[in-house]
Structure formats: structure tokens, C-alpha cells
Design a protein around this ligand. Structure first.
Ligand SMILES: [Zn+2]
Length: 275
């Protein structure tokens, strides 16, 4: 990618992030990020995300099939439209990797492994995992954790590409283990809670998140090793599943929630046949 194209892309991204941040300020109805400690500005976060995205694309086997990417991006954008960062540029990627994992990195990028897609039974289960990852991104859990782990001087340099050792360390963790950050229980609870609301408001059946988490827990028993990466970054417990179910029970019944859509079976078939 040439420097000129890169800088145009950056400028476009920064402009829409600024717009998104203003919208977030105007209507942050769920109170996301209020009072949370974060040294990284939205502009810096999206800049860091763009650098990581470019390096990840060189180092991880990404699915390039245009139809598959169009599908997962439609699904992702439908969820993102319900969030406080709806105006920011988000992008959804598929990693050709049979292990069951999904992760977000700062700056609106979500990665889903082909192995996770193969483990889903319907659109709502895939939407459940994606809504959870999007929620980590909207709640800025990644950059909050960076802020706690590193001081202001390192963070400022990192986002501007001026701290290669720390940057390489973060990149190596993402590429090697499919993990940007190891989240604590509070972050998981918030991501579950927001994810259910985003699914519900987008018209997806939020029970998909429950059945997907149950599937992941049962695979930890039956096929340990296939879900290690996911569990190492997202501590998942029976209690979390119960809390999610209780939250869904409190929501007003909504007819015609999407459990499956017409394109899902062909999408899953196409993606899981990629070797
Ligand atoms: Zn999580």
C-alpha cells in the first residue's frame, strides 16, 4: 500500500472517528466508558488499529473470499449500528484457522476464526459472539488495559508508531495467540450485557449468545485444546451464561427476531471449506 493511499485512508478514518466520537458524546445512553481510565484518544486508538490491521494481514492467513467478507461485514455493521460508535469505521475479518476463537483489536476491528464459524448452528450464534467482541471494542476494554499496563509516555508513543518494542510485543501476542488482551470479570460482564442489547436492538435473537456460550463450555469438556485461545482471553463461566439468560428474560418480547437468515448456510459452507 502506497504512502499516499495510506494517508488518505487515515484521514478518512480520522474524520469519521471524530464524527463518531461526537455522536457518542451526544447520545451515550448506556453510559459506556463514563469514568473509565483511558489514556488513548479515539484518534490514537483508530490509528493503532490501522497499523495492527496492516501487520495482521501480512502475518495471519485471512480469508479473502469477497462474498464471505461481505456477509460477515453486513452482520457486523447491523450490530455496530446499534452502538455508541456507529459512525466510526469498523471492519470484520475472517481468519482461516480451525481453532474456535474470535477477538477484537483497538480501532474497530473484529476477527472471527473459520473454526468458530464452523461451530455455530445459526446466524444468531455467530451474531452473539460478534456482539460480544464489538462490545469489548465499544467499551474500549483493549485500550483501557493498555492504559493500566503502560504509562502515559509509552501509550502516546505507541499510538504514533514511536515505540516499536511495545508495539511488536502486542502484535506478536495477537498473531501468536489470537489474543489482544486478557479481560477481567467486569469487562466480560459489560461485554455480555452490551452485546445482548445490541443483538436485541438489531433484531437478532439474543438467545444465540446463550447457546453459543453453552457450546463453547461443552467443547471445553469434550475437545479441550480447540477453545483454549478463546477461554484465555475471555473467562467464561456458567454464571455468566445464567446472567445473560436473566437479562434476556427482562427484555420485552419481540416478534420475528432473527435466528437464521437465508444466506447463513451457504456462508458457513463456503467459509468452512476453505483450507
Ligand atoms: Zn470477552
Amino acid at each position: 500500500m502506497g504512502m499516499q493511499r495510506m494517508s488518505q485512508r487515515f484521514r478518512a478514518a480520522l474524520l469519521s472517528v471524530l464524527a463518531g466520537a461526537l455522536v457518542a458524546y451526544a447520545c451515550a445512553s448506556t453510559g459506556v466508558n463514563k469514568g473509565d481510565f483511558n489514556l488513548v484518544s479515539y484518534q490514537e486508538e483508530w490509528q493503532l488499529g490501522a497499523q495492527l490491521e496492516a501487520d495482521i494481514a501480512r502475518q495471519l492467513p485471512l480469508v479473502r473470499d469477497a462474498n464471505s467478507l461481505a456477509y460477515i461485514n453486513r452482520l457486523g455493521q447491523r450490530l455496530v449500528a446499534q452502538t455508541e460508535l456507529a459512525q466510526a469505521p469498523w471492519e470484520f475479518h475472517i481468519v482461516a484457522d480451525p481453532s474456535i476463537n474470535a477477538f477484537n483489536i483497538p480501532g474497530g476491528h473484529v476477527y472471527v476464526n473459520t473454526g468458530l464459524i464452523a461451530a455455530t448452528d445459526n446466524t444468531a450464534e455467530l451474531a452473539g459472539v460478534m456482539a460480544h467482541e464489538i462490545s469489548h471494542g465499544v467499551a474500549r476494554h483493549g485500550t483501557e488495559q493498555l492504559s493500566k499496563a503502560y504509562g502515559f509516555n509509552i501509550i502516546a508513543g505507541l499510538a504514533l508508531g514511536q515505540n516499536p518494542p511495545v508495539y511488536q510485543q502486542i502484535l506478536a501476542q495477537v498473531v501468536g495467540a489470537g489474543v489482544f488482551a486478557k479481560y477481567g470479570r467486569d469487562a466480560e460482564r459489560e461485554a455480555d450485557h452490551l452485546g445482548v442489547l445490541y443483538m436485541y436492538n438489531a433484531g437478532y435473537d439474543p438467545h444465540g449468545m446463550v447457546t453459543m456460550f453453552q457450546e463453547l463450555l461443552s467443547r471445553r469438556q469434550s475437545q479441550p485444546g480447540t477453545v483454549d485461545e478463546f477461554f484465555s482471553s475471555h473467562p467464561l463461566t456458567e454464571e455468566r451464561i445464567q446472567n445473560t439468560r436473566a437479562q434476556i428474560d427482562q427484555l420485552p418480547p419481540r416478534p420475528n427476531q432473527i435466528l437464521n437468515d437465508a444466506e447463513f448456510p451457504a456462508f458457513r459452507q463456503r467459509v468452512t471449506s476453505i483450507r
